[in-house]
Design a protein around this ligand. Structure first.
Ligand code: GUE
Ligand code: MG
Length: 303
């Protein structure tokens, strides 16, 4: 019996960096148009405390804003900032006509109520799309500001798969900032959607029926080939820093890439996949917020 040992199929790499560059080029062009009309899109980023990962992400956001021509304002506060002081800062930013987007980097120190802070941001300036009004609008299929990571994942899927109508997508993870809005966006793209609790008994068996799997569970390398239908497209939202035996640390996703890439048709790398798209979609949201505000300013001016 001749056993032709074919090398296991390698999943195609879905290049988030290249996709982000394409989106950022569109954003930069639109930003120039706003500046030519005399309005400089402006993003305010608020960071409370000194969480190292948050410092990296905020630095990426501010650097990318500068690259595309968005003016960024950075507000850094010590971890002992009171909730009322943070609310007072948000009131000022909400009322400032020169500020178009407001982002409060999560997580916040435990003594601050995150929901109260997110609800205090003007929904029209909520470039994270976390405000309940924007979440409700998303579920109702309205054109509202949408969370950056799910929006980035959807864009990667549409770039790779084209029309998603009728595809079966599984979302592993139910967080407010990824899992839940991801499911809403996939429904809006006419997918059949299964949202899985990662620890439910038959999670892997259910996941292995899907054409698309989104891993957003926050467990390093948990999703292996047993969760994947051969030929499925896998989007890895995970961003876990793990330490090697020799003490050095590396970034891994929620997907066991070595295992999954022998069965999946395509997979996003970590880093270099969803992360850059998250940042690019934040820039796109800042322009969308600018568009919404300049449009409503014109309407109110016309009376
Ligand atoms: N209000 C708020 N909005 C957020 O959107 C938000 C947040 N808080 N808190 C944390 C999560 C996480 N997040 C990432 C952003 C960029 C990368 C990113 O640039 N990742 C790079 C690697 C960066 C690195 O080297 O660590 C990559 O995957 O290629 C990752 C994760 C946004 N988040
Ligand atoms: Mg495993």
């Amino acid at each position: 019996m001749n056993m032709t040992l074919t090398s296991p199929q390698r999943a195609e790499n879905i290049d988030g960096k290249a996709a982000a560059r394409r989106l950022l080029a569109e954003v930069a062009a639109e930003c120039r148009a706003f500046v030519d009309q005399g309005h400089h899109p402006t993003l305010a980023v608020v960071l409370v405390g000194d969480d190292p990962a948050s410092q990296v992400y905020v630095r990426n956001k501010l650097r990318t804003a500068e690259e595309v021509g968005i003016r960024s304002l950075e507000y850094r506060f010590p971890a002992n900032l009171s909730e009322s002081e943070l609310l007072a800062t948000l009131d000022k930013l909400n009322l400032d006509p020169l500020v178009n987007g407001i982002l409060v980097q999560l997580p916040l120190p435990r003594h601050i109520n995150e929901q109260a802070i997110l609800r205090a941001i003007d929904p029209l300036k909520d470039v994270d799309g976390f405000h309940p009004e924007n979440v409700g609008g998303l579920v109702h299929g309205q054109a509202v500001l949408t969370p950056c990571t799910p929006a980035g994942c959807l864009r990667l899927l549409q770039d790779y798969c084209g029309d998603l109508s009728g595809k079966h997508a599984v979302v592993v993870g139910r967080s407010n900032i990824v899992g839940k809005p991801m499911a809403a966006l996939l429904l809006k793209a006419h997918c059949s959607v299964t949202t899985l609790h990662s620890r439910s008994q038959d999670a892997a068996a259910l996941a292995a029926q899907a054409d698309i799997l989104i891993a957003a569970v926050g467990q390093p390398e948990m999703i292996d080939a047993s969760w994947i239908k051969p030929g499925a497209v896998v989007i890895d939202v995970g961003i876990n820093r793990v330490t090697r035996a020799n003490g050095s640390s590396r970034l891994v996703g929620d997907v066991d890439a070595a295992s999954v890439s022998t069965v999946a048709a395509a997979l996003t790398p970590v880093p270099g996949g969803v992360g850059p798209m998250t940042i690019a979609c934040l820039m796109q949201n800042t322009l969308q917020a600018t568009r919404l505000q300049t449009a409503s300013a014109v309407l109110s001016h016309c009376g």
